[in-house]
Design a protein around this ligand. Sequence first.
Ligand SMILES: [Ca+2]
Ligand SMILES: [Ca+2]
Ligand SMILES: [Ca+2]
Length: 326
Amino acid sequence: MKHLRCNTTLLIFGILPLLVSGCSFDASRLERRACSPTRPCTSTGETCCAGFCVREDTCGVDGGLFDSVPSEGAPDLDPLVDPDGDGHPSDNDNCPNTANRTQADTDGDGVGDACDCAPGDDGFTFAVVDEASFADPVQFTPLDGANWAVIDEIYRQPESDGVHRAEHSLGPNKEYLARVRFRFGEGGDDGLTQPSQNLEMAGLALRTSDTDFNLGVGYYCGVDFVERRLHIGYTSREAISHGQLFLLSKDESSAPGKLIGQQLLTQTPYTLTFRAVNQNLSCTLEVPGGITYEYHVTDSTFSTGRFALFTVGTSADFEAVKVCAK
Ligand SMILES: [Ca+2]
Ligand SMILES: [Ca+2]
Ligand SMILES: [Ca+2]
């Protein structure tokens, strides 16, 4: 295997100094598929470069993956000892099944960023699904039957009309952090309001009951495409009975939602995080370009029963879903 030596560089990543050898650091590259002489790359145009599958034209090129991973301290090991091929034996690897040569662990909880459900929050572990189990209907229930589909690890709601949810049961009275990347698709009739006032909303919900399967009681963290608002609100049984499924907030002062200072676009990736810690709930939207909008409420009676992806009056794609608990 070809080796290229780069100068050792000290980078600051969050508050932790991170020692890497190379010309740049790009965390996303460290999650690429590992390879070895006994486990070659299978995709057309890829080659095994310093233990990772990369495009042939980037191997050894400045800024390519090869330059971003340390060669020192990361020897080729027996695949039985180091199945992810990152140079760290599984017994001493903070993410044994994903190649992460730097062993970056931003929150210092002993679980490497590469397989930490919430890399920036100490103590959260996967509560519901990882990407591999996300498509498992036993673990994740599409309430709308065939209306939900999993295609290339993207959870897709193709129906633009009505309200749609896909849910998973959670234990009560824990702290949760849910994160998803989503894209709005075509808008339609929400089935709740006058056609001229149609909502087009997508987001995450934490419901207060694990038993009232068909009642949407609980909190939602959603983005209103038409009004360009970030909402965190509460849907009560009373609200449902009055047809106000996604319009009321338990904290009335938060009812208008937070105005998003730019036009929202279809087929554009937005990242949404719904965090419930110490009965403080926050909803955070990250838009391309790094701008973040956040909204939060406090509820001393908060508890959870189910997690849901939801859409109202719009089709949408959800991907990279993580639901974490502690
Ligand atoms: Ca390893
Ligand atoms: Ca690893
Ligand atoms: Ca960690």
